[in-house]
Design a protein around this ligand. Structure first.
Ligand code: 0RA
Length: 669
């Protein structure tokens, strides 16, 4: 690297005799401080060596001409892409100074500007002006990374020229001769294939877009575009010649972007700060369009000294603050303050088209790609510039202002609604992870074809756990009776341990928060003893679901298991009966007249063998289920339901079940 630096030195200092045997000296350091680091690590200066970086070179060059225009010294810029890949940018500004540089008397200022890193602002005496440039790295970076670069300056009634290759002067600054009618600078260059690869080249469409955008940022400026027809691919829609001039500035840009989009207010809100010395200036154009902008719902383009800031920054912050505060203040004076209290800057910036351009003195950029404006004072500058005009704009057309305010409030409310829905989802998701300890969950995670058996008591729970299909059937034993929801407050219900376990197992919330989508199982089956207590518990559960999760019943996903009350055997024949009437029916119609009939009564589920429970009550292939339905026309009171199911009158219970039963499969009896 050191040797390479020495070699370069020979070419750089064109007017100093070269001594190849030189020891390491101050002059060598000088060389290292020149353009060599740029070629060694181009990524550090232009963020890479890809397509984007190639176009960055153009941005840097046109930004210098834009600085002249913004400072009021240039009124036209020409951009030309030539057939051989050369790109030139010409302006009618003051021209790069060509007189000897005070610090290096043997060199022209132009040479120093083109060959010294960071020399732009410092040496040029331009520090008092706002300047863009490639985030301040200067045109010397472009020079270092071009295999050829030529500068022409028309100044002092003379035309000068100097050529470089890879940042190294190919000769001295030449005076071509006198001219009378011209002033300005032309930079013509070609990206070095050694740096950017042999295939790297400018894309006409991209250059065209970048060039046109500049014209909007400086109303009055004329930009001429020209590209050799040979550079334009067949399918490109780039014209070979064009002139950009937008007297309406950012407003023109925004209107063109909006196209035929419908906007909330008929007028674009546009303006510029009054020119104030020592500060900076701000220009903006804003419109809200619910239709969005292509794929995106908003389009926010901001610039600092005509340099795009795609990552936003302090200028955008200031604008957000001004618009939000302005809308809130308008809401207050128009009696909508309470409704508008929910709006945030994000709501205001929803579906918005914004063009924001600031001109400041010492721009600082931040972030990986230096695409975000960092100067903290700019937030205040923009907020102050925009706030007053915004207030006036709103007040000048209350009808439109109110429509805008209502639109933004609508956005805020929609945001709040979504957040609430998300919170509920998240809550139920965490519930899913926190399952009650006594739940024997099924292994299948997808609710499809899964069942939760809500079982009375631990002993029945034990049998059910043995009898179940582990993959699809879960068992939740409830200890004791659950609350009677008819006589308990919501507060008390949500603190009840059994109900909490139930909610956790189901993954569902109560009341308005209940969402079928949250249910962890497809079918919920109440499985209680076929006795009075069992019926009571079932009734209480049904009442609870009816009251707090009606969607579960409406969707037909709540069932009662139909465990048998009697086992009837005759020789090798076995049948189960769910109640007395069923038993009588079996004895009369199923059993034969021969042989002793043995009838045993189950005292509870817990008393059944696991295999019996499985065959009679749980196995989907052999069991019966009763679907719980609510007959809205003859809606039973919970009392009536409890009365029916409690089994004080077993005939009622049987009838109820018969009336509502949906036999999934008929068991073999
Ligand atoms: C340094 C000082 C001055 C102008 C420029 C540079 C300058 C640079 C470029 C690059 C492209 N076009 C440009 N135009 C001007 C100010 C010179 C003066 O005070 O006359």
């Amino acid at each position: 690297m050191f040797m390479a630096a020495l070699e370069k030195k020979d070419l750089f200092e064109t007017d100093v005799p070269v001594n190849r045997g030189d020891e390491y000296s101050a002059r060598d350091i000088q060389v290292l401080e020149g353009l060599e680091p740029i070629r060694l690590r181009p990524g550090m200066y232009i963020g890479g060596t890809d397509d984007r970086a190639v176009h960055h070179l153009f941005a840097e060059v046109i930004d210098n001409s834009m600085d002249e225009a913004v400072a009021g010294h240039a009124s036209r810029i020409e951009v030309e892409l030539e057939a051989d890949g050369f790109l030139s940018v010409t302006d009618n500004g003051r021209g790069i100074p060509v007189d000897p540089h005070p610090k290096y008397p043997k060199k022209s200022a132009l040479e120093v500007i083109m060959t010294e890193l960071h020399s732009g602002g410092k040496f040029s005496g331009k520090a008092y002006e706002t300047s863009g440039g490639l985030h301040g790295v200067g045109v010397s970076v472009v020079n270092a990374l071009s295999d050829m670069l030529e500068v022409e300056v028309a100044r002092n009634k003379n035309l000068y020229s100097m050529k470089f290759s890879q940042g190294t002067p190919l000769g001295r600054l030449e005076n071509i001769g006198p001219i009378n009618n011209r002033r300005g600078t032309k930079v013509r260059f070609r990206p070095d294939p050694e740096i950017f690869g042999p295939k790297a080249k400018f894309k006409p469409a991209r250059l065209f877009r970048m060039t046109r955008a500049k014209a909007y940022l400086q109303p009055g400026l004329e930009i001429f575009w020209k590209c050799d027809p040979g550079t334009v691919e067949e399918l490109d829609t780039v014209p070979h010649e064009a002139v950009f001039q937008f007297p309406g500035g950012l407003s023109d840009f925004l209107k063109e972007t909006l196209g035929s989009n419908i906007t909330i207010t008929p007028d674009v809100f546009a303006g510029r700060s009054k020119k104030e010395r020592g500060d900076g200036r701000v220009e903006w154009a804003i419109a809200w369009s619910p239709q969005g902008f292509g794929e995106a719902d908003s389009l926010i383009r901001s610039y600092c000294n005509t340099v795009p800031t795609p990552d936003g920054g302090t200028h955008e912050q200031g604008l957000r603050a001004a618009l939000t505060k302005g809308l809130r203040a308008y809401a207050d004076i128009s009696g909508m303050g309470r409704k508008a209290s929910v709006i945030t800057p994000d709501d205001v910036m929803h579906s918005v088209g914004v063009l924001l351009s600031v001109f400041i003195f010492n721009p600082e950029f931040q972030g990986q790609t230096k695409d975000r404006l960092f100067n903290t004072e700019v937030a205040r500058l923009v907020e102050n510039a925009v706030r007053d005009p915004f207030d006036h704009w709103l007040a000048s057309s209350p009808k439109d202002a109110t429509r805008l305010l209502e639109y933004v409030i609508g956005t805020a409310n929609e945001r709040l609604r979504r957040k609430k829905a998300r919170d509920v989802k998240r809550k139920s998701a965490t519930k899913k992870l926190r399952l009650p300890g006594k739940l024997a969950d099924c292994s299948r995670k997808d609710p499809t074809d899964t069942e939760l058996f809500i079982v009375e008591g631990d002993s029945a729970g034990g049998s059910a756990k043995q009898a179940r299909n582990r993959e699809t059937q879960a068992v939740l034993p409830l200890r004791g009776k659950i609350l009677n929801v008819e006589s308990a407050s919501m507060d008390k219900i949500s603190r009840n341990a059994e109900i909490n376990d139930l909610m956790m197992a189901l993954g569902a919330e109560l009341g308005k928060k209940f969402d079928l989508e949250d249910l962890r199982y497809e079918h919920i089956i109440i499985m209680t003893d076929a006795d009075v207590d069992g019926a009571h518990i079932a009734a209480l559960l049904i009442a609870f679901f009816y009251r707090y999760m009606p969607g579960l019943i409406d969707s037909g996903r709540l069932y009662m298991a139909m465990p048998p009350l009697y086992k009837i055997t005759q020789e090798a024949r076995t049948a189960y009966a769910i109640d007395d009437a069923h038993k009588d029916d079996i004895i009369a119609n199923v059993m034969t007249g021969r042989g002793k009939i043995d009838i045993s009564r189950f005292k509870g589920l817990g008393e059944m063998m696991a295999k019996q429970l499985k065959d009679t009550t749980m196995n989907p292939d052999t069991r019966k289920l009763a679907r719980i339905t609510i007959d809205d026309e003859n809606l039973p009171t919970t009392e009536a339901l409890v009365e029916t199911l409690m089994g004080k009158r077993a005939d009622l219970r049987y009838r109820y079940i018969q009336d509502h039963a949906q036999f999934v499969k008929t068991i073999d009896i």
